[in-house]
Design a protein around this ligand. Sequence first.
Ligand SMILES: NC(=O)C1=CN([C@@H]2O[C@H](COP(=O)(O)OP(=O)(O)OC[C@H]3O[C@@H](n4cnc5c(N)ncnc54)[C@H](OP(=O)(O)O)[C@@H]3O)[C@@H](O)[C@H]2O)C=CC1
Ligand SMILES: O=C1CO[C@H](CO)[C@@H](O)[C@@H]1O
Length: 353
Amino acid sequence: MIRIGIIGIGFMGMAHYEGAKKLKGAKVTAIATRDSKKLAGDWSSIEGNFGPRGGQEDLSKVKQYKDYHDLLADPEIDLVDICLPTEMHEKVALDSIRAGKHTLVEKPIAIDLKAANKMVNAAKKAGVQFMVAQVLPFFPEFQFAVECVRSNKYGKLLAAHFRRVMAPPKWSENIEDFQKLGGWGIDLHIHDNHLISLMCGVPRKVTSRGIENQGYVNHVHTVYDYDEPNLAISCVSGGIAARGLEFAHGYELYFEDATVLFGAGTMGVGKKKEWVVSQPLTLITQKGRLQHPKLKGGDAWCAAFTLELQAAVNALESGEEPEALSGALARDALKICYAEAKSIQTGRSIPVK
Ligand SMILES: NC(=O)C1=CN([C@@H]2O[C@H](COP(=O)(O)OP(=O)(O)OC[C@H]3O[C@@H](n4cnc5c(N)ncnc54)[C@H](OP(=O)(O)O)[C@@H]3O)[C@@H](O)[C@H]2O)C=CC1
Ligand SMILES: O=C1CO[C@H](CO)[C@@H](O)[C@@H]1O
């Protein structure tokens, strides 16, 4: 049984805790939070841009730490799961790696590329697994998309367009400070850069247009450049949507033999807020048939987090790094974000290096 300790009980800490309830061969045995109410199981202050608000949790079988260092010192923790604000990822991940713990840290790996490299290298040196919780490939529709591309089941991928947009959120202390967030061009858009790299490889160049704020990207449109000259991949991401569009993501994929469409998001505010599937996952064949493929993973709001954590747990058991959670791939996705920012600033195509 792999014993997981979660550090930071906010939107993601709760998503991981909830998702972990369905893990096979692992469970959360400890949490670290500074908040006495949360330690007492009152998680009603927690909210995010998908899933329900927090409620009352029974923590009677979970060890509780106020200071994360005590969780790191606990010999009965196998996997440390860091769900803290991005600006803390480097310090706490390095502390965890130095404590000899296998470590999973929320995305983005870091804001700073040097910090990202430091984390990847420290884990290599310490001989522990270092994984980044890039959850998008575990969302059933996106998992389906990756599988379609990799299997060539519908022929070669010719073109793809991705979308990830949101209104600026309000629930987290750190969300308005772009220095801490890396702007939406990192915080939000890194999901697409990671997925696109997983699907098609890291692009060699990017051409981007967009809007900056506080020196970071607020909204971006990017065309990704590959050795294959006819592969057309693009994405739009950012945090400038109207308040009633809390979050939306989707894609269109054009294969030789089929087109695949998907789009969904959280729309409305307050009690009117709902998850709207604007374009149910639809596979359209050359013969004109419309199919709604059966997806793996279940309907629970945190199902993707269960799959993500299961991949991390399986990695500890097999000793093999899970590709979708690879620290190096998460670092490469961050490199793309910086190339995009430079492309916006200069108006030129920028190599990803
Ligand atoms: N994969 C995904 O889809 C998403 C990923 N994220 C990523 O997850 C990370 C956390 O974001 P999110 O959960 O939304 O943020 P929240 O603000 O909701 O939660 C972060 C938690 O970290 C703890 N914390 C905050 N500041 C400090 C501090 N100075 N010292 C110690 N602990 C602190 C708090 O927990 P406590 O009160 O328990 O101490 C807080 O609740 C970010 O890196 C973000 O990019 C975010 C949203 C979605
Ligand atoms: O996918 C996401 C949804 O929005 C969040 C912002 O609050 C991001 O941090 C996140 O990665």
